[in-house]
Design a protein around this ligand. Structure first.
Ligand code: ADP
Ligand code: MG
Length: 278
């Protein structure tokens, strides 16, 4: 508890100090992390992105249903996508993060389905960033085996075009994370991370950005990421996330950016699990 409080306080301080730099010109600590920021750079990076075609079976097994038209659960994701996008639009925003109180509550699943759903709806690129550097799993969800990770770009070891993977037949661009990082907090709080997110969100007209985050009550990264994005979705797992955790999570979230909560594993008839949005 005390550890969390200290982490939150640290994050708040980081957020406050970062907050003062919002309007400063983008100036990354390492130039390569900013490749996408150069004029025309992001458009060129998109052209060069590796294309990956996940198997339909793998997507199904991992409950990525946003693209499926023959599964009743995909309707729920379409609804979630539409509602979340409408709220983001009301805020005039392009980027959102997906969080929950703890691990295993469905953040990654929601982030992947939401990003895929948005990408199917719009002709503009949708970026999906795996920023759970402690337990990255977006790559496994799609069946990717990336050689280059998002932290390589942020830390200046690789360029944006080297990490981008476009999911075939869609405008979904994944920025995967293949390995755990020991320095998740510092990497997320770096100026290079902030600049990269700003450049992705603003480098192409109408682009959208979805960030998969680590747990809100166990790490300080989500509070820092919240300073970078326009909206925030809270995932709550039915029968698992306690009321206390939800209340504490809500305290950490910026009300002005709150897009709503996704109720995961709502048990419907026939034992199927569905999502709800409120
Ligand atoms: N509604 C659901 N129905 C069935 N399995 C689910 C559901 N939501 C999540 N899972 C599974 O639970 C595990 C944890 O979900 P995940 O999205 O990785 O959580 P988090 O990112 O919050 O740690 C994964 O194996 C995922 O496939
Ligand atoms: Mg996850």
């Amino acid at each position: 508890m005390e550890k969390i409080q200290q982490a939150v306080e640290r994050a708040r301080q980081q957020r406050a100090s970062l907050g003062g730099q919002v309007d400063a010109p983008a100036r990354p600590s390492r130039p390569s992390a900013n490749t996408a920021g150069a004029s025309g750079g992001l458009a060129a990076a998109l052209q060069q992105a590796r294309v990956f075609e996940p198997s339909t079976q793998h997507l199904r097994e991992n409950r990525i249903l946003a693209g499926a038209t023959d599964d009743v659960r995909s309707d729920v994701f379409r609804k979630l996508r539409t509602q979340a996008m409408l709220r983001l639009q009301t805020l005039g925003g392009r980027s959102l993060m997906v969080v929950s109180a703890r691990d295993g509550e469905g953040k990654t699943l929601v982030a992947c389905n939401l990003a895929f759903g948005i990408a199917h709806q719009t002709a503009a690129p949708t970026f999906l960033l795996d920023m759970d550097f402690r337990r990255p799993s977006v790559h496994r969800t799609f069946g990717l085996e990336p050689e280059v990770s998002l932290t390589d770009v942020i830390e200046g070891r690789a360029t944006v075009e080297e990490v981008l993977v476009r999911i075939a037949d869609s405008q979904l661009y994944v920025l995967p994370q293949a390995r755990k990082s020991e320095h998740a907090s510092e990497i997320v709080a770096s100026q290079a991370a902030r600049t990269l997110i700003q450049n992705l969100a603003n480098g192409v007209p109408s682009a959208k950005l979805v960030i998969d985050c680590p747990p809100l009550l166990l790490t300080d990264e989500p509070l820092v990421v919240q300073g970078y994005v326009d909206g925030c979705l809270l995932v709550v797992e039915q029968g698992r996330t306690s009321r206390d955790d939800v209340e504490r999570s809500a305290e950490y979230l910026d009300e002005a950016k709150y897009l709503g909560s996704v109720l995961n594993r709502v048990v419907e008839s026939e034992g199927s699990t569905y999502y709800g949005y409120r």
